[in-house]
Design a protein around this ligand. Structure first.
Ligand code: ZN
Length: 116
């Protein structure tokens, strides 16, 4: 992969990281507010609890995505960014454009998902 392309994906990854960090901050602030409200004698106690749970799940997913992004950034540093972690073939540019932190090529991705 060319230097220019790597730079492009690096910027994509850093942007995505920034975006998630903002969302996580927002979600944790909301979660904090909900938890504070739970201490009050509120009629909506039950529904607020489930809302809080949803927030928690969202931020878990975002944390997982964040880990994938960090992993991809370290792959850029190590010079194996576009190499499939399963078959070591190059991952297509179009696939990386759709998902800049893809770890597997189009062939291996479904195999990996099945094995999970
Ligand atoms: Zn592969």
């Amino acid at each position: 992969m060319q230097e220019k392309e790597l730079e492009f994906f690096k910027i994509q990854l850093l942007d995505a990281k920034e975006h998630i960090l903002q969302n996580v901050n927002l979600a944790s602030k909301e979660l904090e507010q909900l938890q504070n409200q739970e201490n009050n004698d509120d009629m909506d106690f039950a529904s607020m609890r489930s809302d809080a749970l949803i927030e928690q799940v969202i931020s878990d997913q975002q944390n997982a995505e964040l880990a994938d992004i960090e992993h991809a950034l370290s792959r850029i540093e190590n010079g194996n960014y576009n190499i499939c972690e399963m078959c070591t073939e190059a991952i297509g540019i179009s696939r990386l454009k759709a998902k800049p932190y893809a770890k597997f090529c189009m062939t291996c991705r479904p195999l990996y998902e099945k094995s999970q």
